[in-house]
Design a protein. Structure first.
Length: 393
């Protein structure tokens, strides 16, 4: 006789989960993870994603082919101002953003239990632009590397169109996948990727200018190559952080009584994101008003992070000893580095700025991760499989 197993959920546990007792519950295994889902099981596959990403890719490819045919360009360069790379960056991102918007709206309107249902409409523009910028950085890096490997490479129009279609299909598929998988955890990962990718690419493109001999802020000045990338990275990261903070604290209000501590924590995090935005918005271009505004925003950014670290013991509910230890260790390292830079003169300005930036940004990500755990912590419980007793007639 075939053995049957079952598990039981209490009423309190069921209320914390977005489950409909009238619908079937599907189980899928992905490596060591077991995922539960509801609704039409076919919708949980990637078939819709694969089917729909081809249409915008085809439209973009037609535009690509038509443009070069009208311009009577028979050999299309791989990289350059008018090339496969520039059209993938332009058309690929435009159609990718349209695909993202369509699937996000579809998921949010018609699927109540999808991750997108818990993302607010007001955060859609910020999230959409942030995802597009992250992919844009990836496209730039990929074609920058291909331009080095295949220097001065050109292709006939049909081959170029095929290559364009390949790259654009990857962009569209990725954007659709993001839209269908959107969650606060994914937003946090994108926040980290935007900062690391944007700042890292600015470092690489300015390596010939020996930016590290000047200071870290040099990457956002007029003397740097494509300084807008560095400044835009900071601004987009701040907007993405604001969207995530908005989601987290609105959701936390449903689980915890609205307290003054949580309100103060939200205000401090929002001010931190605002100062980060202003650091990128006002470039550090030598002397003048913009230079003063940049320094003021940078100082306020440092102050807000220090206040957060010092006050986190009182502001964050259920704060763990491990997080407190890491927070105070980071504060201690920042203080020592400041003394070594300001008083001793051991650290250079570049070294001090980079250490402070990395530690402060890492701590912000840890704090947001702790807030996510605080939000979802009550949904973690143990289920025990129990063998059902055979029915006797």
């Amino acid at each position: 006789m075939e053995k049957k197993f079952s598990f039981t959920l209490t009423k309190e546990q069921l209320e914390t989960l977005p489950l409909d007792t009238k619908k079937e519950l599907h189980i899928s295994v992905q490596g060591e993870k077991i995922l539960l889902s509801q609704g039409d099981h076919k919708k949980n596959t990637q078939s819709n994603t694969i089917r729909w990403f081809f249409l915008p890719t085809l439209l973009a490819s037609v535009i690509f082919f038509w443009y070069f045919q009208q311009q009577k360009i028979t050999q299309v360069p791989l990289t350059g101002n008018v090339s496969i790379a520039s059209f993938v960056f332009l058309l690929g991102l435009i159609f990718g953003m349209l695909s993202f918007s369509y699937f996000f709206i579809k998921e949010k309107r018609h699927e109540k239990n999808t991750p997108a249902a818990f993302i607010y409409w007001r955060n859609l523009p910020t999230i959409l632009i942030s995802f597009a910028i992250m992919l844009g950085f990836i496209i730039l890096v990929v074609f920058w590397m291909l331009g080095i490997i295949f220097a001065k490479a050109t292709f006939d129009l049909y081959t170029a169109t095929l290559l364009f279609m390949l790259f654009t299909s990857i962009v569209n598929y990725t954007m659709i996948y993001f839209a269908k998988s959107l969650s606060p955890e994914l937003i946090l990962q994108v926040l980290g990727a935007v900062i690391v990718g944007g700042v890292g690419f600015s470092m690489m493109t300015n390596r010939s200018l020996l930016w590290w001999q000047k200071n870290f802020s040099f990457l956002g000045t007029d003397n740097a190559k494509n300084s807008w990338q560095f400044n835009f990275t900071l601004m987009v990261a701040s907007l993405l952080m604001t969207a995530l903070v908005d989601y987290l604290f609105v959701a936390l209000q449903h689980k915890f009584p609205k307290t003054l501590k949580l309100t103060i924590l939200r205000v401090l995090l929002t001010l931190t994101a605002l100062n980060l935005f202003l650091v990128g918005f006002f470039p550090n271009n030598g002397l003048g008003k913009l230079h003063e505004l940049h320094n003021q925003a940078a100082n306020f950014l440092v102050y807000s992070i220090l206040i957060l670290i010092i006050a986190i013991y009182w502001l964050l509910p259920n704060v763990t000893k491990e997080f407190l230890g890491i927070s105070y260790a980071i504060a201690g390292v920042l203080l020592v580095c400041d003394i070594l830079f300001q008083k001793v003169g051991y650290l250079s300005l570049t070294a001090f700025e980079m250490v402070a930036f990395i530690l402060a940004f890492a701590w912000i990500l840890l704090l947001l991760q702790n807030l996510l755990q605080l939000l979802h912590g009550e949904n973690n419980f143990t289920l025990i499989l129990k063998e059902e007793e055979p029915k006797t007639e």
